[in-house]
Design a protein around this ligand. Structure first.
Ligand code: NAI
Ligand code: MG
Length: 367
């Protein structure tokens, strides 16, 4: 059996707390003989700043490049809020995304039957919801130059961020979305704002061309990003795969998060180009380091554990193992276990470790 190399980067805040639970699951898979993993752990974010003065060391970056997949917790927190921008905890994650070439961020929004009532929307709108937002991750306004705050001659300030996309960047993210749709319900919606942005005009043009040249079998719809936000709240099940740029993807996926109950439920995958038959990949919960609950054992580990399930599926092709793990999460929720974020007011809640242990017990019960 192949032994897969995992690099675990727990990070800050609740990152290490949810990482501990995913380690239990990884250890269970290796123990059970269903999959074999060799796990290394390193520092990232504020933890790396405290230890080494930088949010990601070159050694950690090399380990990430050598790994079959990276499992990333979360970074950041008030402790590092005054660190210069390029050295902030988040810079560690941005560096990983850039240097591993992780241009496609897959964020599924799945509504577990047991949680349909925890959604911000009515049960009938979200029950059975299963959509994937494909967010472009290495271009757009978070990276475009110039990016600066300048003081003008009259002493007032002016801030600039720049949205830049090349046709090539749009083409490769569109292909990821269409390929994914073929494995699902064969539908892609592409969100931009061509009515007010040049990058939106090019986005729509390139997606239309890629579709016409290579993916005529897939249903394609163009939607303005602001309308898309409305549609996600009005009737989210109309979508299957939703492809969009870095900024709109950041916002729309947070909207999708609320449809499924809690940020603590949402896993994600960040995929790079295929080179020599392998694909660089990083898996992480959508949520951040949650300083408001860090250190209290209250964090929901399901987003992190679900990120491992995505690694099993997309990096290792272990589809049965992925199904087994997703099934264990579904049954744990069906049995009534809830962390505080999904418990609802006044209801009993379990802690991070109890949720992790319960998922491992469900794995054991079905293996
Ligand atoms: P956040 O995702 O950390 O927290 C938002 C809210 O959701 C908080 O009330 C938090 O308690 C709750 N929450 C998040 N994950 C949860 C979980 N697993 N279980 C239960 N509740 C959960 O976002 P926020 O507060 O905007 O950012 C906090 C810090 O995290 C900042 O320093 C930010 O820069 C960083 N951040 C890091 C990210 C990453 O590492 N990928 C992503 C987003 C934010
Ligand atoms: Mg975000």
């Amino acid at each position: 059996m192949t032994t897969y190399k995992l690099l675990l980067l727990p990070g800050d805040g609740i990152g290490p707390e949810v990482a501990r639970e995913v380690e239990k699951v990884v250890a269970w898979f290796t123990r059970s003989g269903l999959a074999a993993f060799e796990t290394e752990t390193d520092l990232v974010g504020g933890a790396a700043i405290d230890a080494h003065g930088v949010p990601l060391t070159e050694a950690a970056l090399d380990r990430a490049k050598a790994a079959d997949a990276v499992l990333f917790g979360a970074v950041g927190g008030p402790k590092w809020a005054t660190v210069p921008y390029t050295k902030r905890p988040e810079a560690g994650l941005l560096r990983l995304r850039k240097d591993l070439g992780l241009f496609a961020n897959l964020r599924p929004a799945i509504c577990y039957p047991a949680l349909a009532d925890a959604s911000a929307l009515k049960r009938e709108l979200v029950e059975g919801l299963d959509i994937v937002i494909v967010r472009e991750l290495t271009g757009g306004v978070y990276f475009g130059e110039p990016k600066e705050i300048v003081t003008l001659e009259d002493g007032t300030k002016r801030a600039v961020d720049t949205q830049v996309y090349t046709a090539g960047e749009i083409e490769r993210i569109a292909a990821v979305a269409f390929d994914l749709a073929r494995k699902r319900r064969n539908k892609v919606a592409s969100a931009e704002k061509h009515n007010v942005m040049k990058t939106g005009v090019l986005w729509k043009e390139v997606v239309t061309r890629v579709h016409a040249e290579r993916y005529r079998d897939v249903e394609l719809e163009h939607v303005l990003a602001d309308n898309c936000a409305m549609q996600l709240v009005r009737n989210p099940k109309q979508y299957d795969v939703l492809v969009t740029d870095n900024l709109f993807g950041d916002i729309l996926s947070d909207v999708a998060a609320m449809l499924t109950g809690s940020l603590g439920m949402l896993p994600s995958a960040s995929l790079g180009a295929v080179e020599n038959g392998t694909r660089r990949a990083l898996y992480e919960p959508v949520h951040g380091s949650a300083p408001d609950i860090a250190g209290q054992g209250l964090a929901n580990p399901i987003a992190m554990i679900g990120s491992l399930a995505m690694a099993l599926r997309y990096s290792f092709g272990l589809l049965d193992a992925a199904d087994l793990l997703e099934g264990a999460i579904t049954r744990t929720l069906a049995a009534g276990l809830r962390t505080r974020d999904i418990a609802g007011p006044g209801a009993n809640a379990v802690g991070t470790a109890e949720m992790g242990d319960a998922i491992v017990r469900e794995l054991q019960a079905k293996a």
